[in-house]
Design a protein around this ligand. Sequence first.
Ligand code: GNR
Ligand code: NI
Length: 174
Amino acid sequence: MAKKKILTVPNPLLRKVSEPVNSINAEIKNLMDDMLETMYSAPGIGLAAVQVGVLKRIIVIDLSKDGEKKNPLFIVNPQITYKSDNLISYEEGCLSIPNQFAEVKRPSSCKVNFLDYHGKKTEINADGLLATCIQHEVDHLNGILFIDHLSKLKKDLILKKTKKQIREIDRVIV
Ligand code: GNR
Ligand code: NI
């Protein structure tokens, strides 16, 4: 297993649409293992392949808390087949937009079909944080970031703060 570098805005890859996976072979399983390791070490509760620079429709999620048994969820080629009319607001963050958080309203529950780590067809009904996380990650597969759900004012402020932060990191290194 290997930890990978996480791309951050404004990397143009984050705006591309990812391609479906044809077959879950050893190479794809290796990528999923690397994604899980990268997500745990970040740490984050979800990660899409595009965030490590691979334009494939693969997501890993683990909502288990510190000290609990790990509970990784591997989601390949997800299709959201239902979203509730009812919305819920969560404070979201994104590993590709470091240290920035904002409340985002999304459908409070959804149904998703996908292939699991072994290529088995799976369906889950998600609500709460899992529903939010699945929608956040499926957005990544379509080149969409959580800031796209905010007003232009809030979005521009977050992008400005992220750029300033990156400039400051560069200064310390140089
Ligand atoms: O670690 C993460 N936390 C989070 C919190 C609220 C809503 C979504 C997320 S996903 C994020 C990791 C990430 O950037 N995944 O793409
Ligand atoms: Ni994200």
